[in-house]
Design a protein around this ligand. Structure first.
Ligand code: GLN
Length: 309
């Protein structure tokens, strides 16, 4: 295997002069305060070896990266019936787009755009109060990362609750089509809180390791999902994980990945390693600019693209 620590150090060194590029998300007021020059990267291979650089142990707002965890939970609770509520096709539209929802009668294209993740939050809420559902999500992520210090940043959740007008519009629209079972306030309470999970790159890479290792976390020995489900979640991350930038990410990086507007990206090299990178400046699709570049450099140096060397 390539010398991963040398590769991570080299990526960090090469990107250091460019730190601050891209635009920090400011539509969630609390995220606007983040230092745009932060950069962290962590890789964990399937033998559990960790390779890291930069601000990899500083927590940041994982935002939409959390949609992978809620989808995994919803699939665990509802199995294939999850797909009655949300599709599995790339949207080709912005993460917060409302346009397709009307044509598709309130069934979002995929679980990673906002509308789809809101539908997934509704599924996670089944049989729970919002507080219980949020607790279940936090416990699940702690279990995945084997780290009980992981928590939600309440200020970020509050900030989004106060300004998430578009998400309220999406949820109300879905509810008008009868596609949400719970009150909009409850569903969005769950959604805003899971988006506000604060995690480090190291924690995020740990929590994704089960996806790199056929459903089983090799660090803890826990089987999280079946092989088939891990493969399918990876397929969804590859096709839909970067919104209308998913094609470009597949072209340049070639790994299943999920981005968030906090500047984090979680990526999976099946059979090899999980990776998390954080750089708050975003590109025009709302994906981390330098984070994508770091993953492109990693894929080039390691030959990890799922499409071949
Ligand atoms: N919480 C954010 C929102 O709903 C998540 C978006 C993202 O990370 N792309 O707008």
């Amino acid at each position: 295997m390539a010398d991963l620590q040398a590769i991570v150090d080299e990526i960090h060194d090469k990107l250091t002069p460019r730190l601050g590029e891209g635009k920090v998300a400011d539509y969630i007021p609390q995220l606007a305060h983040v230092d745009p020059k932060k950069f962290g990267m962590a890789i964990i291979d399937v033998d559990g070896k960790v390779f890291k650089a930069g601000d990899c142990d500083e927590p940041f707002s994982i935002q939409s990266v959390s949609k992978v965890f809620t989808l995994t939970l919803a699939l665990g609770k509802h199995g294939e019936t999850t797909w009655n509520r949300v599709g599995r096709e790339p949207s080709g539209s912005a993460f917060n787009s409302i346009v397709q929802l009307e044509h598709e009668e309130g069934k979002p294209r995929n679980p990673f755009i906002n509308a789809g993740a809101i539908a997934v939050s509704d599924l996670v809420l089944a049989g729970h109060t919002p507080r219980e559902a949020i607790g279940e999500i936090v416990r699940f992520v702690r279990y995945l990362a084997d780290d009980d210090s992981i928590a939600i940043d309440p200020e970020v959740a509050k900030s989004e609750q106060a300004t998430g007008f578009r998400n309220f519009a999406l949820a109300n629209f879905m509810r008008s089509f009868g596609k949400l079972d719970h009150p909009v306030e409850h569903v969005l309470g769950v959604y805003f809180h899971h988006c506000a999970l604060a995690m480090t790159c190291t924690q995020l890479a740990k929590s994704a390791l089960f996806l790199a290792a056929s459903g089983r976390n090799p660090l803890t020995g826990h089987t999280v999902v079946s092989k088939q489900r891990a493969r399918r979640i990876n397929a969804l991350m590859l096709t839909c994980g970067h919104y209308d930038g998913s094609g470009d990410f597949a072209y340049r990086v070639g790994l299943p990945g999920k981005s968030g507007v906090g500047g984090g990206i979680m990526a999976v090299a099946p059979g090899k390693a999980s990776v998390a990178v954080w750089s708050p400046g975003l590109n025009h699709n709302g994906n981390s600019l330098l984070g994508s570049l770091a993953l492109e450099m990693l894929a080039t140096r390691t030959g990890w693209s799922v499409f071949g060397q």
